[in-house]
Design a protein around this ligand. Structure first.
Ligand code: HEC
Length: 254
C-alpha cells in the first residue's frame, strides 16, 4: 500500500519535472498564457517548415483584404493591431497580427490560422473552412498591413498598425513588471535596448523570418549576431533572454 503511494508520488514528481524541462510544450492550458509561450511553442509536424506558395502580388492582397475584413477584423481590428470590437473582452486578447506576422514564420502563421486557439485553449477560431490559398492570401495581407504597404479597410474599427503604439504597449508592460518587482528598472532598460536592436535587425533582414528553426532558435541566432557585431554585449543578450523567461510565466508579457 505504502509502496503504491510512493510510486504514485514519484510518478507525479517526474511528470512535473518533465513538463517543466520541456520549454516548447505547447499546451500550458491556462487562459492567461502569454503570447510569448505560443510564439515559442513547437509547431506540429504537419505544419512545420511549410512555406507560403502564394506570391504577395496585388491579386493575392486583394483576396486577402476581403477575407481578412470578413473573417478576422472583428477581433484583430482593421489595421491588425488586435483591437477589433469583438475582441476587447477576450482573454488572452487577439494578437496584434500586423506586428507579429513580421517576425513569425509562414509555418507558424499557417498553423495558427488553420487550427486556431484549440492547442492553447484560447478563443482564436480555427479556419480550416477556408481553402489553403485563402489562408495564405490572408498571411500576405497581414504582413502587408504591418509593413504599411496596404491601407487598412474601414469596416470593423481598430487603429491602423503603428509601430509607435506597439512600442508604447511594450513600455507599459515593462513598467508594470518593474512596479511588480518582477524585474528591475535597469533590466527593463537593457531589455528595451536589446529588443530594439532585434527589431531593427529583423527589419533590415526580412528574409530571416523564414530562415528555418522556430522563433526561439531564430531569436538566439540574431542575438548572437548582434553580439558578434558588437551592437549589444553578451551580458545584455543574456539579460534579455533571462527577462523573457521570467516575464512569460508572470502573465505580463502580452
Ligand atoms: C473571435 C475572435 C477572433 C477572430 C474572429 C479571429 N481571431 Fe485570430 N486570434 C484571436 C485571439 C484571442 C488570439 C490570441 C490567442 C491565440 O493566439 O490563440 C488570436 C491569435 C491569432 C494568431 C496568432 C498570432 C500570434 O502572433 O501568435 C493569428 C495568426 C491569427 N489569430 C489570425 C487570425 C486570422 C487570419 C483570422 C481570420 C481568418 C482570425 N485570426 C480571426 C481571436 C480571433
Amino acid at each position: 500500500m505504502k509502496q503504491t503511494l510512493l510510486v504514485a508520488v514519484l510518478a507525479l514528481l517526474l511528470t512535473a519535472c518533465g513538463a517543466q524541462g520541456n520549454e516548447t510544450r505547447p499546451d500550458m492550458g491556462m487562459n492567461n498564457d502569454g503570447m510569448m509561450l505560443r510564439h515559442h511553442a513547437e509547431i506540429p509536424a504537419e505544419y512545420a517548415g511549410l512555406k507560403n506558395p502564394i506570391p504577395a502580388d496585388d491579386e493575392s492582397l486583394e483576396r486577402g483584404a476581403a477575407l481578412y475584413t470578413t473573417n478576422c477584423a472583428s477581433c484583430h481590428g482593421d489595421g491588425g493591431m488586435g483591437d477589433g470590437p469583438a475582441g476587447s473582452a477576450l482573454v488572452p486578447a487577439p494578437a496584434p497580427v500586423a506586428h507579429t506576422s513580421q517576425m513569425m514564420a509562414d509555418d507558424y502563421l499557417f498553423w495558427r490560422i488553420s487550427e486556431g486557439g484549440a492547442p492553447f485553449a484560447t478563443s482564436m477560431p480555427a479556419w480550416k473552412v477556408l481553402d489553403e490559398q485563402s489562408r495564405w492570401d490572408i498571411v500576405n495581407y497581414m504582413r502587408a498591413l504591418g509593413a504599411g504597404t496596404v491601407h487598412p479597410a474601414n469596416g470593423m474599427g481598430g487603429e491602423a498598425y503603428d509601430p509607435a503604439v506597439q512600442a508604447a504597449h511594450q513600455d507599459e508592460m515593462l513598467a508594470k513588471a518593474v512596479e511588480q518587482e518582477v524585474i528591475t528598472q535597469e533590466e527593463a532598460d537593457t531589455f528595451r535596448l536589446a529588443h530594439d536592436a532585434l527589431e531593427q535587425y529583423r527589419n533590415e533582414h526580412p528574409e530571416i523570418t523564414n530562415s528555418g528553426g522556430n522563433a526561439t532558435e531564430r531569436e538566439a541566432a540574431i542575438l548572437s549576431t548582434l553580439v558578434d557585431e558588437a551592437i549589444i554585449t553578451q551580458t545584455q543578450a543574456d539579460i534579455f533572454q533571462d527577462i523573457h523567461e521570467r516575464l512569460g510565466p508572470s502573465g505580463l508579457m502580452p
